[in-house]
Design a protein around this ligand. Structure first.
Ligand code: ASP
Length: 325
């Protein structure tokens, strides 16, 4: 029997066609997208589709993605793999959130397109084909959630969108891609260890967790009284995880009120934990109660913190989860 791949449509440029109001907007169903992929009908794969949302990916919410995770959990038994089709703007976040909740061995592959279906060189069909091949592949099992675009296979925990228009926008600055789709075959060159999946959210409302990116001369105005309005926060600090010395008391006050994770705005590399010892350095901030994010970038650190808070994790569990991530 052919393996079954479940394709879940969420929208994005890959589904967009020109609308009456000018510009393109989400329009096509998952079924319509699949019908435009050369090579797909001949594959020994059975495809099932679910149209879950049809929006630009910036309008997806954490609740949408936890609902997708639930759908995948409910359908996982009967499928070889899952493809999630959506806009590229937030793939680095949605894929990571799906990865945190995915318990099965089946590949969950997120894809989209940088060029809409009516543009010359539209990349949607090629990305969809590569995603289906990866989702159906034995070699991609036990890797959690993957992002496949431009024939590259990336780990959800590492991938970032790095260019607003380039087809090669998706990069994994820490470690590189896990593999490539070559001659219609997913070739995995590297693997990432599986991490224990998190329990589904216990609370209906996602926690409110802002990312505060530090900037030259930042006076910390956004930190004022923030603790009363949020459930946690991520500081995207300078370099190895640093803030201006003038705002360390504000940061400490926030960390006394809610969990605060320290990440870096640099774009790759880990937050340091034992190098710099001046006011506002990583050593100073960790001593004031901030939790270092390791290699997680600020957006992924925010989602891990959200997922932990939704599951009712306390300070020790949060620190342990970030140490393991
Ligand atoms: N704005 C689009 C979206 O994220 C961009 C894309 O799909 O590439 O929905």
């Amino acid at each position: 029997m052919n393996p079954t791949v479940l394709v879940i449509g969420l929208g994005g440029t890959i589904t967009m066609t020109p609308g009456a109001g000018g510009g393109v907007a989400p329009a096509l169903s998952a079924e319509q997208l699949l019908s435009s992929v050369p090579g797909l009908p001949g594959l020994p794969v059975t495809i099932e589709t679910v149209d879950f949302r049809r929006v630009a990916s910036g309008s997806l919410g954490i609740e949408d993605i936890t609902a997708v995770a639930e759908l995948i959990r409910a359908r996982a038994e009967g499928v070889a793999g899952v493809v999630v089709v959506q806009g590229t703007d937030t793939i680095e976040e949605t894929a990571y959130l799906l990865d945190l909740y995915h318990t099965g061995a089946q590949p969950v592959v997120v894809t989209g397109a940088m060029r809409h279906p009516e543009q010359a060189g539209a990349d949607g069909p090629a990305n969809l084909l590569a995603a289906v091949l990866t989702a159906a592949s034995e070699a991609a099992r036990d890797l959690g959630c993957l992002v496949v675009l431009a024939d590259e296979i990336h780990a959800a925990r590492r991938v970032r969108k790095t260019h607003t228009t380039a087809g090669s926008t998706f990069r994994s600055p820490d470690g590189g891609p896990l593999g490539y789709v070559v001659e219609d075959r997913p070739r995995l060159l590297n693997r990432v260890p599986r991490r224990p999946a998190l329990a589904p959210p216990a609370t209906p409302r996602p926690p409110r967790v802002p990312v505060l990116t530090m900037a030259l001369g930042d006076d910390g105005v956004l930190l004022d009284d923030l603790g009363a309005r949020v459930d946690g926060a991520v500081i995207a600090g300078f370099g190895g995880g640093h803030v201006p010395r003038t705002i360390v008391e504000k940061v400490q006050k926030l960390a006394e009120e809610v969990p605060v994770v320290l990440a870096s705005r640099a774009g790759s590399g880990p937050v340091l934990t034992q190098t710099y010892g001046y006011p506002g350095s990583e050593l100073d901030l960790i001593a004031r109660g901030l939790v270092p994010a390791g290699f997680l970038d600020p957006l992924k650190a925010r989602l891990l913190l959200c997922a932990l808070l939704s599951g009712g994790a306390g300070p020790e569990a949060i620190a342990a989860a970030f140490a393991g991530a």
